[in-house]
Design a protein around this ligand. Structure first.
Ligand SMILES: NC(=O)c1ccc[n+]([C@@H]2O[C@H](COP(=O)([O-])OP(=O)(O)OC[C@H]3O[C@@H](n4cnc5c(N)ncnc54)[C@H](OP(=O)(O)O)[C@@H]3O)[C@@H](O)[C@H]2O)c1
Length: 255
């Protein structure tokens, strides 16, 4: 398989190396070929100063997210498959999918510096299964998640609601726990609760239960709010949870 990589930073150079180790021909587009010629030579990649006009089976874009659309426009039509591995969001992904033939979205889920080409990635687009298999044969760690490119971008962004917003909840919980002198015990107790089931199963159980008991759960937020208030901590978390439970109750359960 012949690859054209766009960008030769942390991600591009790591992916280029893995594809070269697998024995594939790799060409790399960079704005200033002279700046990376030694590294490129060491890896055996061919450098190009334009992102179009090449003979490639797959274009793999590893440029800054802000440059993703511009570069995609320039490279459109260069190969039958185009994979954008940048942090471009859902709207940018939809625009690229509408204008670039064979467009696919890859979402890199962890720092490449830590895991190299084995970094977990999601891939979505019309040939996602086939391209994920091709990459995995070459030492990557890719999971195909659907035929619509935006699916990969959406999963990466939306999981942040759990993986990043939870930090706000933990912050307020621990701020109050510190006032009561129970920081470690609260964390351990919450940890035991979360360890009862794999996370996705537990989440489904909690959502199902909240659909059945939304009114009661909304009332219980008053006690949580009081505990935080007494500790001098903002009541924003139980306030938001109460609002969500009331919304679920008003709808008559989860839709
Ligand atoms: N590194 C990670 O662990 C990681 C994890 C998740 C997602 N990502 C995403 O993967 C993408 C690449 O990240 P990275 O860490 O490899 O970044 P990086 O080390 O900063 O490299 C970015 C590359 O993009 C090129 N570039 C930027 N603007 C360009 C433009 N207008 N035209 C052509 N090339 C351009 C840069 O070229 P110059 O050298 O000429 O500036 C450089 O080769 C980003 O979208 C990032 O958000 C990275």
């Amino acid at each position: 398989m012949r690859w054209l990589l766009l960008g030769f930073g942390e991600v591009g150079s790591c992916f280029a190396e893995a594809l070269r180790v697998a024995g594939d021909p790799v060409r790399v587009y960079v704005r200033r070929p002279d700046a990376i010629s030694a590294r490129g030579e060491a890896l055996g990649v061919e450098l190009a100063s334009q992102p179009h006009g090449h003979d490639a089976d797959v274009v793999l874009s590893c440029v800054w997210a802000g440059a993703a659309e511009d570069v995609a426009r320039q490279a459109a039509g260069t190969a039958a498959a185009y994979v954008d591995a940048t942090n471009a969001g859902i709207a940018a992904t939809e625009r690229m999918a509408a204008s670039v033939a064979g467009f696919h979205k890859a979402a890199i889920l962890a720092p490449v510096a830590r895991h190299g080409a084995r970094t977990p990635m999601l891939l979505a687009g019309p040939r996602a299964d086939e391209l994920a298999a091709a990459l995995n044969e070459r030492g990557f760690n890719v999971r195909a998640v659907g035929p619509e490119p935006r699916q990969a971008a959406a999963i990466k962004i939306l999981r942040s609601v759990a993986t990043k917003c939870i930090v706000a909840l933990l912050h307020d919980m621990q701020a109050a726990a510190a006032r009561y002198g129970v920081e470690d015990q609260v964390l351990e107790s919450a940890g035991e609760f979360f360890a009862t089931e794999p996370f996705a199963d537990l989440a489904r159980t909690l959502l199902r239960q909240s659909g059945l008991h939304a009114e009661r759960l909304a009332g219980e937020m008053d006690e949580v709010a009081e505990a935080l208030r007494v500790a001098g901590v903002s009541e924003r978390v139980p306030d938001l949870a109460r609002e969500v439970f009331r919304e679920i109750a008003a709808k008559g359960g989860l839709t």
